[in-house]
Design a binder for this molecule. Sequence first.
Ligand SMILES: [Zn+2]
Length: 392
Amino acid sequence: MSTMSEPVAVDAALESVVLPDSAERVMLEILIHGPLSRVELARRLGLSRPSLTRLTKPLIASGRLLEGTPRARSMGRPAQPLDLDPAAENFAGVKITVDAVHSVITDMRGAVQSEREDALDTHDPVGVAQAVARGVGALAESGTSPVALGISLGGNSADGRSVRESHFFGWRDVPFAELVEAETGLPCSVANDVNALTQAQHWFGEGRGLNDFVVVTIGAGIGLGLVAAGELVVGAHGALGSIGHQLLLWSDATCWRGHRGCASALLATEAVERTAAQKTGRDVAFADILRGAERGDPALRGVVDVAGEALGLLLANVTNTLDPQKILLAGEGARLGIVGEHAMLTAFRNATVWESVRTPIEVQPFAFNEWARGAAAMAIRSRMLRGTSAAG
Ligand SMILES: [Zn+2]
């Protein structure tokens, strides 16, 4: 075990590179992994103890960092871990879909305090901004006021301010963060919904502590979020992870763009429902298709196995391209990875190049508020990384 007096080897050149934003890095490390002892914190950030003390002193004095209850140790002074009060600030997260606004208020560690859903009957940017303001305003009225607001939607943004393109809303270059700021008076950021979900998983979920992992979402569309070298990566145009139309299998199934056998045509929840309706002659909801397959219905089992095979091929492409430590399946259709696991893993193993690479695939149980919580994570990120490059 390490002790207080253990020397921490620090490369002086490295430390000078790290220093400019290290107060933020200290806060961030404690936000994600805290409470942490000073020895552990210095080790994680590659800082010397005196440098760390210099950085933490003003943070403690201003109340941003708290000194925890001393832990008795066999030798030396008791260690006093550093932590922050997650309730010190609250954040709003809003996921916009074509017909609804889902809003949550979270604490600094992304724990949801309150939530609500409101119908959305317009796609006019100002009208949508006003709907966002109404939802967040109603939550703030009945609880705690947020200090910042994150918005996520099916679209892309390179700068966290404007929506470059959203097929679902028919938007091109809409300065949406600015519109919402005008309505709410809160600092606002806007992000692709899958990127936001990936950020939440990296800091507060199954991706915590991982440097390289991907989130693949299955729902109305298919998406991918990437953390590489410890950072969320969104690409040059905020469009990274647009895997929804990769061609996977020779098939008659077509997507809304007219592709045959693309990921959306084979895996999107509505596409699976369409295939099931063709095979059985009746309408079966996605959840019931999975339940029927689990119970042994041969037609529904066949539908799930084809979708599972397509999913395995898609995940093999992802693994061959990005080599993540872990693949996390998320979204309302993620349970396909459980019910269709055998077909998925067979296709995955056949199509991955390296036999020695056995990337774990985990299925995240779907929670209705996880998308809005992801949006809140982007607001937390923007606030924590003030002054550094927060792309969204
Ligand atoms: Zn397609």
